[in-house]
Design a protein around this ligand. Structure first.
Ligand code: ACM
Length: 565
């Protein structure tokens, strides 16, 4: 039987009491100042859903109102207690901080039933008597949304943020730039969006077998759009981490400003998937350009973290240029044999931009290819190519975020059935994602070096080469993001499958076109568009924990292409 107390993600503890409580029209909602944004958000969604007026009550001591959000200094950061009981002060949220209050507000919304996810303006707002104690397992509970491969209109991004918050996630990493599109307006360099935001056509299917659709695609967010997204997310307890990908994945920027390219000549915004070996010239001019870009990015985004990409950087174009080889030599970037090593320009280049961000009070985040001797130790490494690289980065003292493609790439196929739309990558069922453990104990036991860095948390990825609309994003993301949320929020809670059944009613009410548990609906298939399935067991058997399914220069050099693309 579906139940409103089937929370997803599961709280650390939930006790149900006797009966229910109906929050009346005109109920007073008070909050300690630090928790007010969470109380405000809860009031607004509840008013929209149930047609009530909930009255903010700044004058009343928070403890005496109908609904109270109260700071409880004894709780750990992000933690909360929530009590719904009959009698006065019916709903009481106690939270250590605003993050905890946001999580409590989301739990309160779930407890009001699926109708709380509608905007029908029709009551009553009834809650079960409960006592919940809850705290997150991991601090960084992220989801990456790739708005570069396919532009997602602003309204859909806001909706995505809402849905991430509904699952107690606290980071949305916006992948804003890539070979196929530049999506952030930069005042100083207008061609980035005038030219870089538009491509001639797109590939339908993978780079291996796809066909061009002959239809232009593009779009970008103005600085005001992004400020709105940031503020909207903040109001829901989510930090938007912007990602500007360098020194590879820059072909859209090179189309706009070809003088930044390692290879001279005209470039066009890339129309196919896979990896471009047109990368930045690792020059002072490129650094100056991207410092300017990052200054504008820092002016828009308040996130303490700014992602610099750093994944999949073929060095072919650098090797072709004697002056770049000479530059590596003059910078002292040598290999073990003492010869100039252009590969080290990759870490060196990112280090310069990380330094720049540090000067602006921000911390750089990079994909794990950028890890190496030249990367400053305060840079956070997002590990997508397996666990071995995480152990090495942690041993070197980096903080890491676990985002392994073997586990939590939600663009990868949701089953091995014949009807999955454009089936790429590994099979990642709902249960597989639920079983995700950022650093499994069995792996940690195999690590002999001391790990000096910290595990900040984990991140699910929604790459969009094959997700060309909000509907396709919904299909790939849900309900697997709910399983991911449970993995990163909840202790090992039982009954996920049953709770998920109840949770689907919430997603239905919210209008999410998730993948049904038994497979796609007919209109969710893409007959005739081939994918590129990969076999996780075979790759694991070959590579062990290293699981180097991702990109490796040299191995993939002759036929470049990120796996799912
Ligand atoms: C990645 O999948 N290239 C981070």
């Amino acid at each position: 039987m579906p139940s409103v107390t089937d929370l997803v993600p599961a709280p650390a503890s939930l006790r149900t009491g006797a009966g229910t409580v109906t929050v009346p029209d005109g109920a007073r909602v008070a909050a300690d100042a630090a928790l007010r944004p969470a109380a405000r958000w809860w009031r607004r969604v509840s008013e929209d859903a149930f047609g009530l007026e909930l009255v903010p009550d700044a004058g009343t001591p928070a403890g005496a109102a109908d609904v109270a959000f109260v700071v409880a200094p004894d709780l750990a950061p992000g933690a909360y207690r929530l009590a719904v009981r009959t009698g006065p002060a019916r709903v009481r949220v106690e939270a250590a901080d605003l993050a905890g209050a946001h999580a409590a507000a989301q739990t309160l919304r779930q407890l009001a039933g699926p109708a709380a996810f509608r905007r029908a303006g029709d009551g009553p707002l009834t809650l079960p008597a409960v006592h919940v104690e809850d705290a997150p397992r991991h601090g960084w509970r992220g989801v990456l949304l790739d708005v570069a491969r396919h532009f997602l209109p602003k309204a859909d991004v806001l909706r995505f943020v809402d849905l991430a918050a509904a699952h107690h996630l606290d980071v949305v990493q916006l992948h804003l730039t890539d070979d196929q599109g530049w999506r952030v307006e930069i005042e100083r360099y207008p061609r980035l969006t005038e030219v870089g935001a538009w491509r001639r056509e797109s590939m339908v299917g993978t780079w291996r077998t796809g066909t061009p659709d002959g239809r232009p695609h593009g779009g970008y967010y103005t600085a005001d759009d992004l400020r709105e997204i940031v503020a909207y997310a903040r109001e829901r307890g989510i930090t938007v981490v912007p990602e500007i990908d360098v020194p590879g994945h820059v072909q859209a920027a090179l189309a706009a400003y070809p003088e930044l390219a390692a290879r001279p000549g005209a470039h066009e915004v890339r129309t196919t998937w896979g990896i471009s070996d047109d990368v930045l010239d690792p020059s002072e001019a490129s650094l100056a350009f991207f410092r300017d870009v990052l200054d504008e990015v820092c002016a828009i985004f308040d996130s303490p973290f700014v992602a610099l990409g750093g994944d999949e950087v073929p060095t072919t174009a650098w090797r072709e240029r004697p002056d770049v080889v000479e530059r590596a030599a003059s910078l002292g970037l040598l290999d073990d044999a003492g010869t100039p090593d252009v590969v080290r320009l990759h870490g060196w280049f990112l280090a310069r931009l990380a330094d720049h961000l540090r000067g602006r009070g921000r911390r750089a985040v990079v994909w794990d290819e950028a890890f190496g001797p030249d990367l400053p130790r305060d840079v956070v490494v997002t590990c997508w190519r397996g666990h071995a690289v995480a152990a090495t980065a942690l041993a070197a003292g980096h903080d890491v975020i676990m985002a392994p493609e073997q586990e939590v790439y939600l663009d990868h196929r949701a089953s091995d059935g014949p009807h999955e739309p454009v089936p790429v990558g590994f099979v990642r069922t709902v249960d597989d994602v639920r079983a995700f453990e950022p650093l499994p104990a069995a792996f940690l036991e195999s690590v002999t070096t001391p790990l000096r860095g910290r595990l900040l948390g984990a991140q699910a990825q929604v790459w969009t080469e094959h997700l060309d609309s909000a509907r396709r994003v919904d299909y790939a993301t849900f309900p697997r993001l709910a399983a991911f949320a449970e993995a990163v929020w909840s202790p090992d809670a039982p009954g996920f499958a049953e709770r998920l059944e109840s949770h689907l009613a919430r997603l239905d009410a919210a209008g999410v076109e998730y993948r049904p548990l038994d497979g796609p609906r007919p209109w969710q298939t893409r007959p005739g568009v081939a994918g590129h399935p990969r076999d996780l067991a075979a790759e694991r058997a070959a590579a062990g924990w290293a699981g180097l399914g991702g990109w490796v220069e040299g191995r993939d050099g002759a036929e470049p292409g990120r796996s799912p693309g």
